[in-house]
Design a protein around this ligand. Structure first.
Ligand code: S3P
Length: 402
């Protein structure tokens, strides 16, 4: 959507949600399926790819880098020519609103011997890229960026990247993934150390395409993730599960609307993404995970949700990485619950598509919800009934706020 034409939407009280539904494909997995398909030998097939703007920006950028993709009657395909096969883009890579496309592709092109120029929309141009530039610089990649490591920036790639061992200073799957993707075309063993585990879709997808990724526990409980450069990635079939972050909104509506009884089919329940559902169960939500199974290495289940009375809980900081995108909708649920919900360790929300902590607080306050933000903790006081509502919500063009 053009940045200049926001479309107002009205939300009204609705009846119970009943029946069986599905949600679009997982965004994180869709990006990774396209990127690894572009580096594999042969034609990768992807079913259930999310066709949202962020993922389409990844596909378009990969096309500029020489990897073709498209859609036919059997779904999406990507034609890869192997690790290290990307070529200099003839134009600027515009990643729109997508931080995941930008950060992962910065890593991917870093170990190729050409320069690429990256830009994005007004929101993306405000977001910090130094967090990926720092480890990639240690690998030998050079950058030319705006102050504060912002887009537009140039990635001056090299064929002579060196492997590193890098401890993540922020719990970010995007930073971890940028390093691992750069490591693919880097000789030797690259290791990323996580003190807080983040979504492991890159590791899972790399294994699915035939790379060996070793994940081990370190002496202090941290996770060491290692990848040796120059693996042969083979074209694969990928079935993308339904996005648990999209399912979160429908789940929330079903929990709140009396009489709801809903089944959401084929939802990804990777434990490193499922913190929202764990929190809901602690709040007293009636949610069952049926038909658990594994698809392209990812855990999947059907979610059975019944309308429930919720109570306030404490959500520890350690859980934040596994539900980082779900705090806006959790805060809404907390405002209907009985008692207070304290959500800790939310610092990363300030650097998402908008300052989400601020956006959650100001919009819920506009709806008559009592809450406080102290440091990185958000406390919402629910009184067991719907808030006054009726407010005009400012989204800052951030989809999860909308
Ligand atoms: C994502 C990682 C998370 C998440 C984002 C998608 C990914 O970002 O918020 O929506 O696909 O790796 P961070 O790495 O900044 O935590």
């Amino acid at each position: 959507m053009p940045e200049t034409s926001p479309q107002p939407l009205n939300s009204r009280i609705c009846g119970p949600l009943k029946g069986i539904a599905s949600v679009p494909g997982d965004k994180s997995i869709s990006h990774r399926a396209l990127m690894l398909g572009a580096l594999a030998l042969g034609r990768t097939r992807i079913r259930g790819l999310l066709e949202g703007e962020d993922v389409l920006h990844t596909a378009a950028a990969l096309r500029l880098l020489g990897a073709q993709s498209g859609k036919d009657s059997e779904g999406w395909w990507v034609e890869g020519q192997g690790v290290g096969s990307l070529s200099e883009p003839a134009n600027v890579l515009d990643l729109g609103n997508s931080g995941t496309s930008t950060r992962l592709l910065m890593g991917l092109v870093g170990s190729h011997g050409f320069t690429s120029f990256f830009t994005g929309d007004a929101s993306l141009r405000k977001r910090p890229m130094a967090r990926v530039m720092e480890p990639l610089s240690k690998m030998g990649v050079n950058f030319m960026a705006r102050a504060g490591g912002r887009l537009p920036l140039a990635v001056i790639g090299t064929r002579d990247t060196v492997p590193i061992t890098y401890k993540l200073p922020v719990a970010s799957a995007q930073v971890k993934s940028a390093i691992l993707l750069c490591a693919l075309n880097t000789q030797g063993l690259t290791t990323v150390i996580e003190t807080q585990a983040t979504r492991d879709h890159t590791e899972t997808m790399l294994r699915h395409f035939g790379a060996q990724v070793i994940t081990e526990k370190g002496p202090d409980g941290e996770t060491h993730i290692s990848l040796r450069g120059y693996p042969t990635l083979k074209a694969r079939e990928v079935d993308v599960p339904g996005d648990p972050s999209s399912a979160a909104f429908v789940t929330a509506a079903a929990l709140l609307c009396q009489g709801s009884e809903l089944v959401l089919k084929n939802i990804g329940i990777n434990p490193l993404r499922a913190g929202f559902y764990e929190t809901l169960q602690e709040m007293g939500a009636n949610i069952a995970f049926e038909n658990p199974r594994v698809q392209a290495g990812e855990k999947v289940a059907d979610l059975k949700i019944k309308a429930s009375t919720l109570k306030g809980v404490r959500v520890p900081a350690a859980r934040a990485p596994s539900m980082i995108d779900e705090y806006p909708v959790l805060a809404v649920l907390a405002s209907f619950a009985n008692g207070k919900t304290g959500m800790e360790g939310l610092g990363e929300l300030r650097v998402k598509e908008s300052d989400r902590l601020n956006m959650i607080a100001s919009n819920l306050q506009a709806c008559g919800v009592k809450l406080e933000v102290e440091g990185d903790t958000l406390t919402v006081h629910g009184n067991g009934k719907p808030p006054t509502g009726g407010a005009k919500i400012t989204t800052a063009m951030d989809h999860r706020i909308a």
